[in-house]
Design a protein around this ligand. Sequence first.
Ligand code: C2O
Length: 447
Amino acid sequence: MTNRRTFLTLGASAAAASLGGVPTIAAAQLTPSCTQPWPVGVKTTPFTVPYGQTFHNRISAYDPSYNWTRLKKAYAAMRALPASNPRSLAAQQNVHAWYCQQCMGEPPPNDIHGRWTFFVWHRMFLYFHERILGLLVNDVTLRLPYWDWENAAHQNLPPQYYQGSLNDTTRELQPGHSVQRGDLPCCSPPPWHPNLITGTPADVGLDFTGIGGTATSSGNVEVSSHGYVHMSVGGANGDMGNLETAAGDPVFFAHHGNIDRIWYSWEQVSGNVDPAGLGAIGPYTFYDGHAWRTITGNQVMPTTKLGYAYDTKVPPAAKFRVKFPILLQQNRILRPLPPEQVRTVTAAPEVTVSLSEIQFSGTGAFNVVAKDAAGTHNIGTFFVVPHGKHAMNKTGSANVRFVVPAATAKLLAQPGTTIHLVHAAGRQLTATPPTPARLQGMTLSVR
Ligand code: C2O
């Protein structure tokens, strides 16, 4: 690995350069996980499809035909390499930490989370990780499995990941327990919506802004199923519970296989094309097993350019039939919906409330609640994975959606109701009192 002193120098001068020569980042604030993955001054070359790349599907970790022997061998080889080798698991973990941290300060590319770079960057990361695994066992037909946790029958962490080189002893989620647990250490009483992960088809039915976010906001997938699974698997102290360490747990790659498959499923819906220039995202730098490569968004869409697809898709939920924007003044509902619209909402079997650019400060679980004269009503929970010990004061915004019962929807169509955010977690166990939410917009939609 790049030696720490070299990086500190680089980090300080990069920060100084961007701030007109005033060095504002003290070296002491930088953490070891802020180590630049590639050697200083290394020559990178643009990615081209490698010789020998053939097409193979990624299949479910629950598919009995998955070749676990090969994967275990590959991870054993990866674990055996010294951290100084860019193919080692430690180095892979560090690549993720590097792009997750506020190593050199926001804005991007220094944190690929919290915005629409999320899907694109992780697709790249998985591709190069998979390629390295394949090279380590001399078989580049190796494909990562995906953990399809949205399938009600597949909610336990795939059992093979508790074995040998695939195990990570820091996990809180134990064999035989569902990832959909009622006892997250962070958030008691359980505030989250029960269909948080099984509601994934609804995400696939959203527009890109809803599922994948914008240049400044997370989409719903990142802060719902994605964040929830990280925190449920890792708990407060496990690798998966913190972005700084998450990619040191092999199940990270099966989890993100499913995140990528959800985006892939969205891409297969007719009319869904590159929304607003995801193709231009990057370039990012990865090790391909032989050399450091730069790659941009247009090289990873569609997945077939990278020699893979998924054997199954998450089917999209039906399109919304009607959408009613709710007029807000800050966090207060300003005007009632007309009575016929209220009737439509209350008669619907299912109502989705979408909140755009709801702002949060900190990490962990955030519970969205509505207040009226009668009291406080739960709307739903979203999850921002802790970023690392040195990035606790993360702020950001997210586009989230929750399915709510008709009674709650009715409440959200009434003037005077206010929206609040309860920070249910972080590493502290105590919830904050509800604070007025700051958000851009709210819409009630029915299918
Ligand atoms: Cu880069 Cu699931 O995190």
